[in-house]
Design a protein around this ligand. Structure first.
Ligand code: GAL
Ligand code: ZN
Length: 668
């Protein structure tokens, strides 16, 4: 029998959940399936350090060795997401404190305060011991630091240690208290501080906290987590020279600024669960999942790994439907199409105890290979030759979305309208491009965006003069930019800007003034898009007074009927569109069409509804993924010059995938 090992596919494995006698059999079954990688130990603190300072690595050594004999290499997680009971008993103050000052209890995971000095010391000692022990182990190829940092907390921690750390962070940021008072506008409600030691963490109070304080608190909490990871990264870098560092992120999770978290890592990883149950909701929307992968790729502007790819029905108390035949295969391809260079499935075998006994792995509870095993075995053998060719190949995107944790944070603090959400608006604007099969990069405001033909900056609420200048230069040099309502409202501390006109710093670029605005509560307003039909604007509308721009569409009703809703201004060699409201899907589809025409951005190709086309560009051609997200067979015939690489039968099977190589134009 040919055994097909792949270094691009792996599983998350928990030897500590199974008797030792089973480990050999697991390794054999993995090898037979083609698995070449496992991630282990990311929650095994209690097993690795059963008592303070007593380390036990024997069991893990043995698991690594067994797997290695089956040609499987290991990624180790630092187990700092699950501090053991002895540690909490020794240092009760390392438990996180909630908003009302109540300590959370042990149990669950991430039950720790990330600034607590005792916890930090224990983490340092453990990670150092692990790094020294495994730094030279040839079977360990890399590290995942902690697990899903920023998970498991609604808010982080409001304890005295975190409050102290916040005050120090503010001192470093503002230097003196007068500067902070001015930056936050503490003249309001007598909130002037005489000293940094008076500044509270935003705990439960009788009414709302100052939004500028809340914005800085969000930034501080993110920095705290970034620093928590950094402290581990430093130790691992010192002792582990040929091993990579990564972290498993959670798409749009927003407690940590992933652009910052990514800096200490060689590459980032994503945990990708297309279909699961949580809090009574079933999550499934391929468009959102696609955009989450673009964001993850954007955190370092390079390809990533999927460290946890869904492998079965998933949920804790309730669980989502069983993935239909072909769906696990499709989801794996979907991650790869968006830039995953390696995929590990979560998890190998379904656990028989604990919170996740219904979060199904490849193997069912009884450990016998079944349909999921066979489907993913086929995925490994089909996809490995493709993976070989596409390692490191990028998206070739000509369009980008400016994504910002600060804009998201500011809008969460003051959404203006209760339903106005940053992430949702990002996804609506992304959706128009997605449905036209356009590759999109998500980039932070700090990177050079001049190489993109089209730049979408949703809800650019906080602005600096520097950012406004860069946007002007971008358009001036030929870029196409889209701005929306609520642009240029606040400075970076969250105070409203008062000199000049809305959108502040951007009004000359847009060739307009926003003279007035209104939230919308009585159903959406209609927008008459001459010759394209009627669309809807929700939540908010601007009263736009053109000052050089061209009006493309007007409100039909609402508070500003017959005034512009969408405008376009030519500026230098480029043009800028300003949308005075927030669109729904059909509107965003039409807007996408207009933006693509104006910018010259091309789509990967045409596809029927429910089928996604995605590409990764290589030196000799584009690797095109055709992904059928529907449960139906869909007719699909690719252009004649595309070379089939995988499943090129005519028509796409339910949840089927085709892969093609499209040659680049060769010009002489
Ligand atoms: C992820 C996490 C895993 C596991 C999985 C299923 O978020 O990293 O450890 O908990 O979800 O719940
Ligand atoms: Zn704390």
């Amino acid at each position: 029998m040919v055994i097909f090992m792949s270094r691009y596919f792996g599983v998350d494995y928990y030897p500590e959940h199974w008797p030792r006698e089973r480990w050999e059999e697991d390794a054999r079954l993995m090898e037979k399936m083609g698995i070449g990688l496992v991630r282990m130990a990311e929650f095994a603190w209690a097993q690795l350090e059963p008592a303070a300072g007593v380390y036990d690595f024997d069991w893990l050594d043995e698991a690594i060795a067994i797997l290695a004999r089956h040609n499987i290499r290991t990624i180790l997680g630092t187990p700092t997401a699950a501090p053991p009971a002895w540690l909490i008993q020794m240092y009760p103050e390392s438990l996180p404190m909630d908003k009302s000052g109540v300590r959370q209890s042990f149990g669950g995971r991430h039950h720790c305060c990330h600034s607590n000095p005792a916890l930090r010391r224990r983490v340092r000692l453990l990670v150092t011991a692990m790094a020294k022990h495994y730094g030279h182990c040839k079977d360990v190829i890399g590290w995942q630091i902690d697990n899903e940092l920023g998970n498991s907390h609604d808010e982080l921690c409001f304890c005295p240690s975190c409050t102290d750390a916040f005050q120090t962070w503010l001192t470093n940021k503002y230097g003196d208290i007068q500067t902070l008072n001015a930056a936050w506008g503490t003249a309001f409600w007598s909130q002037k501080y005489d000293d940094f030691s008076q500044i509270p963490a935003p705990m439960l109070n009788v009414t709302a906290h100052n939004p500028s304080l809340l914005l800085d608190w969000r930034r501080f909490c993110s920095d705290l987590i970034v620093h928590f990871q950094h402290a581990q990264a430093e130790i691992l870098r010192e002792h582990c020279h040929d091993q990579f560092l990564t972290h498993n992120m959670m798409g749009y999770a927003d407690k940590v600024n992933y652009f910052h978290l990514a800096r200490d890592l060689d590459f980032v990883s994503q945990d990708q669960y297309p279909y699961y149950q949580e809090d009574g909701k079933t999550f499934r929307n391929m468009e959102n999942l696609s955009s989450a992968l673009e964001l993850i790729r954007g955190t370092k502007q390079k390809n990533f790994w999927v460290m946890e790819q869904q492998a079965g029905p998933a949920g804790w108390q309730c669980f989502g439907p069983t993935p239909a035949p072909g769906q696990l295969y499709l989801w794996t391809c979907h991650s790869i199409a968006h830039g995953a260079d390696t995929v590990l499935w979560f998890r190998w075998r379904t656990c028989t105890f604990g919170t996740e006994q219904y979060w199904h792995g490849i193997l069912p509870h009884n450990g016998t290979p079944g349909r999921r095993y066979r489907e993913l075995q086929r995925a490994i053998s089909d996809l490995t030759p493709v993976m070989e060719k596409i390692q490191g190949l990028g998206s070739g995107a000509e369009a980008a979305i400016l994504y910002s944790y600060d804009q998201n944070g500011a809008l969460k603090i003051q959404p203006c309208h209760p339903s106005l959400e940053y992430r949702q608006q990002v996804q609506i604007l992304y959706g128009g491009l997605y449905r036209r099969n356009v590759m999109v990069d998500f980039i932070p405001e700090s990177v050079d965006f001049t190489s993109y033909k089209l730049l979408i900056a949703p809800l650019l609420t906080l602005v600096t003069p520097e950012l406004c200048d860069r946007l002007k230069d971008y358009v001036h040099e030929g870029g196409t930019l889209l701005l929306t309502a609520r642009s240029g409202v606040h400075d970076e501390t969250g105070k409203c800007i008062s000199d000049g006109d809305l959108p502040h710093g951007l009004s000359s670029l847009c060739g307009l003034i926003v003279e007035d605005y209104s939230t919308i509560y009585d159903g959406p307003v209609s927008i008459n898009w001459t010759d394209r039909g009627i669309f809807h604007g929700s939540y908010f509308c601007d009263r736009i007074v053109p000052d050089g721009c061209r009006t493309l569409a007007c409100y039909d009703n609402g508070p500003f009927a017959q005034t512009p809703a969408l405008t376009m201004n030519t500026f230098g060699k480029g043009c800028v569109f300003y949308l005075g409201t927030f669109l729904e899907q059909t509107g965003s589809d039409i807007l996408a069409e207009i933006l693509l025409a104006a910018s010259g951005v091309e789509s990967v190709g045409d596809a029927p509804d429910g089928v996604e086309l995605c590409m990764r560009i290589g030196p000799d051609g584009d690797y095109i993924f055709v992904l059928n997200h529907t449960k139906h067979t869909v007719p699909y015939t690719p252009p004649a010059d595309w070379t089939p690489l995988l499943h090129a039968e005519s028509g796409l099977a339910p949840y089927g995938v085709h892969i093609y190589l499209r040659p680049h134009d060769v010009s002489f």
